[in-house]
Design a protein. Sequence first.
Lengths: 629, 482
Amino acid sequence: MKNLLVVLIPLLPLLGFAVSGLFGKRLGKSATGLLASGMVLLSFLCAAALAMLHFRTGDSAIVVNLFSWIRMPGLSIPMGLLVDPLSLMMVFVVTGIGFLIHVYSIGYMHDDDGVARFFSYLNLFTFFMLVLVLADNFAVLFIGWEGVGLCSYLLIGFWFKNHAFNGAAVKAFVVNRIGDAGFLLGLFLMAMTFGSLSFAEVFSRAASFGSGAPAITLITLFLFIGASGKSAQIPLYTWLPDAMAGPTPVSALIHAATMVTAGVYLVIRSNALYALAPLTMAIIAAVGLATAIWAGLIALSQRDIKKVLAYSTVSQLGFMFLALGMGAWSTGFFHVFTHAFFKALLFLGAGSVIHALSGEQDIRRMGGLRKALPVTYATMLAGTLAIAGIPPFAGFFSKDEIFAKVFEHAPALWAIALAGAFVTSFYMFRLFFLVFHGEFRGDATAKHHLHESPKVMTAPLVVLALGALGAGFAGLPEIFGAPHWISDFLAPVTGRGESHLSHATEWMLMGASVATGLLALLFAWVRYGVKGRVPAEDASVTGVARWSLGKFFIDELYDRAIVKPLFRFSAWIHDVLDRRGLDGAVGAIAGISPWLGQQVRLLQTGNTAFYLFAMALGVFLILFVATLR
Amino acid sequence: MHSLILVVFPLLAGLAVLFLKEAPARRLAVVTVALEALFAIVLAALFGRGDTVHYALDLPWVPAWGISFRLGLDGISLVLVLLTVLVTPVALLLAARNPATRTPVFYALVLAVETGLLGVFAARDAIVFYLFWELALVPVYFIAAIWGGEKRVAVTLKFFIYTVVGSLLMLFGILYVYFYTLLPHSFSLEAFYTASLPGDAAIWLFACFFAAFAVKMPVFPFHTWQSDTYHEAPAAGTVLLAALMAKMGAYGAMRWLLPVLPDGMHAWQWVVLALSLIGVVWGSIIALTQKDMKRLLAWSSFAHTGLIAAGIFSLSFAGLQGAVVQMAAHGIAIAALFLVVDIVETRTGSRAIGQVGGLAHRAPLLAVVFMFALLSAIGLPLTAGFVGEFQLLYGVAQQGLAWALPGLVGVVLGAVYMLQWFRKTMLGDAPAGSPAFAPTGVETTVLVSSAALLVFFGVWPKWLMDWSGPAVDALVQLVAWK
């Protein structure tokens, strides 16, 4: 019974994919939407039933081996699923928030011709994401890992008539592939070191290695390369902002709430390995913090509502890795959890705004939308407060916990992170005030069109807003005296983190982050709410702001330093080295025999005396050689 | 007896085909390849476990010289036999689609190639192997030289000389080894495995055999015939070359090079491993800027074959089994992709990348199956291509993790050139007024079943592994043994 439930969790969305992919056009738009949403809801219910049946009794894990997938001497990889507290929580996030986004999509995609295709991709994504989180070994995890990458590619390029969108889709896939190459190296080294890819075996065998063992450091670094591709960390983050080309529900589901957190999940899942690799942990902390700040600075001056949110996602993922770098596994997961609510909410809210403005995404053409879009306004406010870390919204608790852990390990990093929190709060309220306050800056037709989204879209917003308000209570700080439900629940997987901070310090840290968030709010309010400033036209931006607006020109750098030279190299290697060099050499060698023939032919002069001379010379030579022996 | 029927039936049918008019000839050819496929599948279904050779046959031929008509299938042969009988119908379909190649002679040549290939995969006697090896080559030469593109004569001559030089070196090597087999001398595979070669003979003999197989696969730098020949040959010929004949080289290396000359193999291992991996990077980089779909697939095949070769020369179980799995996966995917190219070319009049676009609007089904074949080609998990690629890379990594790096470059770049190709051909907006089209029923059947096979063996590679496992294991022992 339990095993069946485990298998049904990923299988139901796969079924939904098959049905809407094959028969979607015949079923009609609303039926496919309902079917796809229903499958995800059923998955969610299966997970809930499983939680009721199994995890109340305090058991820790269920393993289901479906069949043997790849089998070689010394390495056997079963198609195995694992349900433990960590994967169960991820399943709830993926199916719960995924379900809301599916429902929202029914309204958002209503007028699109490709509805059936859209929902089949969305269901396929859910399937692969569930495989990713339910895998009981690294190879099956990799199935989900690359599978979600494929769906991300398909959905970014969903509107495939647009050439730029297709380009963004290819870019996303390829950048992720670079990360995946690292992942594969990690898998190979792991298989060679431990003779297994199963979580249980690898983690238990790793325990006999000392801390800092080179093999483990290398394995964890390789896996982190994969994680930094999927979770858009420096230097592989550039695909995520471009991925906003996809329909907005896709950005919410894949590029905010679920897929991009897979890298964080991978590290948390492998915490037994990472705990043995202090060097890797330091690198993760550095990369995470740098990404958090870097992306935040870029978000400060973006004009596209979705781009701001995309960079904010990159930045928030950076904070999650910062937590992981401190060894605070459950803290990192807590932020994954709260972020899923408020970032999905922010994206769906942005989608609602875009929907009301018939596709407009430039915040300079928005403003004053709070009257026309009251529900969107209220829910977006909840999301913005949550990400800015204002209590009692969800982001406050998880971010505060990260900051406390950072302070405990490295106060200097804490100060930098706090600056990052200031930036976060500022760009989010900049966005919020520019969109919803002041006067509407679009044209008259657009103004006439303004409308709140239908209930099928606003209802998910409201549910997510409740999550953005309440999700933080799953992890109350220790000083409140309440149990930290998340870290208690995850303890079998992540172990139990100990805090050595005094209560006074904790209060001080909490006060500092709240004050930072409020201060940034105030600045943003004065600048964009009171003074009504609007971002300037691109051409007039100079100085530091220009670098932020231009995303520090990293895309241009990659293009000039890697992409263009590679393609030039390709043409050169083909034309010069291969065709002229190798093929030319082959031609030359082949040319020897006709040339020899030509030369030998010249001997056929018809002169009998010459023939006789040649014959005599030949006989002489033979005899000469024979006597030498 | 089964294996003899399996091998010679297409050739005999091909002879009959020669004397028929086009329509009955085509029917006979189709029935032949269908029966052949059915027969091979039955043989596979009845295939026992264990490393022993099944369906073995030993008909004395020239007893005085130890030549016998020895045939038999082990797991490695079986997988390649299945690939051959599944892909030959695709070649036949491509031949019948094209007015120029719709002739009994062409069908007969395709059937002769099938016999040649099956003979190569089933032969367990060096002379028999050599005869089938040449039998497979000659018809393809005629196919390319008679029905090829503008530059067919020069290009096929180059192809022919390349392969003949390789073959002659191999023949010399075969004769040399023969004289050092235990008494009484024999050309049987087992005699070759137990031959005691003098001194360092294995070292230079390795070069002789390697030349033949390296040209056929091809391995860098013996590949310069490849892109031209794929480009000039008619679609049916290209499919035979890319999906099947390239596998002859890899198979030959596994059966007649590694276990016959293990000392030579160990001496040369680093060189041939390096050459194979250079090919992966070389082909992948060149594929990035190809403008012609057939040339793109040629270079991509070169890169894939390079990885297969690297897996073989890694001498590890994973690498060798990965080579078998990947040969099957690549064969199916590349045949499907060449069929896609031919459909695009016949319907739009061009196979230049960038000249046609937006085909997903005009032919949605084509875009879907194209995507499946592409995903297997770039090794996405749950396709057969992933299983093969994973095993190959893992096998290569066992020689040192750094050896896997060039292979991974191929993994990344493969995604670049394949997705760019898909994007430029299938995606984007179709020009206004361009008519929709659907592949014909036969085309659809072939394409959909290719996609289904690729997914099936990606999820359930167990059969491929169960079949090939004992044979690969025996091979690993032989290479390590001497």
